[in-house]
Design a binder for this molecule. Sequence first.
Ligand code: HEM
Length: 243
Amino acid sequence: MTPPAAPGTAAPRPRPAPAPVRWWRRPWILPLALFSLTFLLYAVPPYLSLDPADARLPVPQTPSWYFPVLVTHIFGGALLTLLVILQVWPWLRSRYPAVHRWSGRAYVLAGIPLVGVPALLIAPFSGTGFGTQVSNTVWAVLWLAFTVLGFAMARRRRFADHREWMLRSFALIYGIAFNRVVLVLLIPLALLGVDPEVPAEDPMALAPVVAAPSSFLSWIVPLLFVEWWIKYRGPRRRRPAAA
Ligand code: HEM
């Protein structure tokens, strides 16, 4: 109960009700971790046999190094998907900043040689067409650029910039998992438009139709989401003076 005001003094102002917690500030880390783990459990096992016949995508015969580089990329990508969860978890970042620093170094120093460079090497050989080759190449170049910039900003102690570049890098890492969501949405649309002679139950028959649009959407949509967040909801927006 608010105490009565002393004679001659103004009554204390009632405290404003706390602002409702927005959905993006709620504990989203758990759904994100579950989504990541589900994706890894689905995407990685076919490559554990190290047999190109088990791959989920058409593996070109040449160059001969394509498959080993793809497998390196996938195992490195699995590590990075797990590290991103640690990097964006606010509780861990504030409670154990040393863990954030070390897992961040691992993200950059393992990610560039094991994920980014291999992605760039295999991108021009994608068996699903020219559109996918262009999309994958741009995606790999942007990831490498954002990650190097994020690392450089941390070294210069420009932490607001570091945070923004790393968020862009994380958005692109999630492109591959988001690709599965995009495919689930695009395949029914593609089924409406494909040649009726093409057997609808054969997913590879749809590859030429959905591969390029799904590849572009997979990384552009998460990147646009992060750009929106940085511009309208990020710390610079909330605390311009602190930034
Ligand atoms: C910036 C991040 C990434 C880029 C630029 C990238 C790029 C690529 C490229 C170019 C391919 C070959 C696709 C083709 O030939 O059509 C590929 C395949 C693949 N990547 Fe990545 N990737 C990234 C992140 C990841 C991550 C984090 C994982 C997690 C495990 C991953 C897992 C895979 C898998 C499983 C494949 C095989 C095809 C499939 O099953 O979808 N990638 N990626």
